[in-house]
Design a protein around this ligand. Structure first.
Ligand code: GLA
Length: 376
């Protein structure tokens, strides 16, 4: 008899807890905007996207930068999980591409030159002799036109930029659209589209620095990472791929099963100790597939990365050195955030056996990447 009482009490308690959880209310879905400053005589705005399911993102049309991204931890604390700055001034001053869209060619082009249809092009060298992330004034440093709207998936921000022929050395007028949506499924979805009026090359990516601890409390060495890649592209001392495609098996690049980022990090050197390497993603049945999973056991936050792209640059924040103070007055030390940049392989324009990055008039560059968030 007594046992029945205890059991019904437990059932009652469970009912109360479940009902309480089901009733949990989140701030309602909306988009708001405020002035963030101005650049090149153009107004820069900061948009806040709230998805009604507990997530919020602030995005500026300067550099298409995701300035903050908020989600709950396992105890219900809502915290920011990306690195960045409070003010536009700090982004203008010195930012290692925090949260930005990089292009026209994300990652490196060796010797800052390439040949397309028999013609040699020179792009701006801005990383020693090489070209990095679109040059001196890449897409991370321009003001985009913005259009905010809510559709069936949630709040979205469409950003548009016209990159003119010859900008940073690239051929062709390129019309680029990047749309961020913060879906009601707790995804940050990024849709990229572009067209050109002359043959050109393109490789756009998102350069968010994630730190799932919340408000960047700790470094990311204890985060666990899985990358669905059997191979990677080895690089030379300036991080230009040698052209080989090598198996990850038996190397520190083996993330086929989840392992902590810190486990083998000291065995990897890319100008600095740490990961800054392109992984050759396994092809799936569907071209849009899950390619990486990042998790932080302490906060319970987990992020999946989905994309249709062939590569993923895993950069472990090696160049952060304590010289930048970000949001919440946190000093960003080495390994304080990590990037998972979905992309084409670095230096593809000079490696014809890598998947092609050429875009021709009449074609559309169209790709999608999704960062999906859970509590575990
Ligand atoms: C990329 C590069 C790195 C570094 C960072 C920015 O991810 O691969 O080498 O330039 O951007 O600091």
């Amino acid at each position: 008899m007594k046992r029945i009482h205890i059991l019904s009490f437990i059932a009652f308690l469970t009912f109360i807890i479940v009902s309480f959880m089901a009733c949990k209310t989140y701030p309602k879905m909306e988009i708001t905007q405020r002035e963030f400053g101005s650049v090149d005589g153009k107004k820069v705005e900061l948009f806040t996207l709230v998805n009604g399911r507990g997530m919020k993102a602030t995005i500026t049309n300067y550099g298409a930068i995701v300035q903050s991204l908020w989600m709950e931890d396992k105890n219900g604390n809502v915290e920011d999980i990306v690195l960045g700055f409070d003010s536009l001034k700090d982004y203008l001053n010195d930012s290692p591409y925090f949260g930005a869209i990089v292009g026209r060619y994300g990652n490196r082009i060796g010797q800052a030159r390439f040949t397309l249809d028999g013609k040699e092009y020179h792009v701006t060298p801005n990383d020693g002799p090489n070209h990095l992330h679109g040059g001196l004034k890449g897409f991370d440093k321009v003001v985009w036109d913005a259009r905010a709207y809510i559709d069936s998936s949630g709040p979205c921000l469409e950003l548009h930029y016209k990159s003119s022929d010859g900008e940073e050395g690239y051929p062709g007028n390129l019309d680029v659209y990047v749309t961020y949506c913060l879906s009601t499924d707790n995804e940050l979805r990024i849709d990229y589209r572009a067209t050109t009026d002359q043959p050109t090359i393109i490789n756009l990516t998102h350069h968010g620095y994630f730190n799932l601890s919340g408000n960047a409390q700790r470094d990311i060495l204890d985060h666990k990472l899985q990358i669905m890649a059997d191979n990677y592209t080895p690089v030379d001392s300036l991080l230009i791929p040698t052209g080989d495609i090598k198996p990850v098996e038996g190397t520190p690049f083996d993330f086929r099963n989840p392992k902590s980022i810190g486990q083998h990090i000291r065995k990897v050197f890319n100008k600095k100790p740490g990961y800054d390497n392109n992984f050759v993603l396994r092809t799936g049945v569907d071209s849009f597939r899950k390619v990486a999973v990042l998790s932080d056991t302490v906060s319970g936050r987990t992020m999946e990365v989905w994309t249709d792209q062939p590569g993923l640059q895993f950069y472990s924040g090696n160049f952060l050195d304590g010289s930048l103070k970000g949001k919440y007055k946190v000093v960003y030390q080495q390994y304080w955030g990590l990037c998972l940049e979905t992309q084409h392989f670095p230096d593809s324009p000079n490696k014809p056996w890598f998947p092609s990055v050429v875009l021709r008039p009449g074609e559309e560059y169209k790709t999608r990447t999704v960062y999906k968030f859970f509590i575990q």
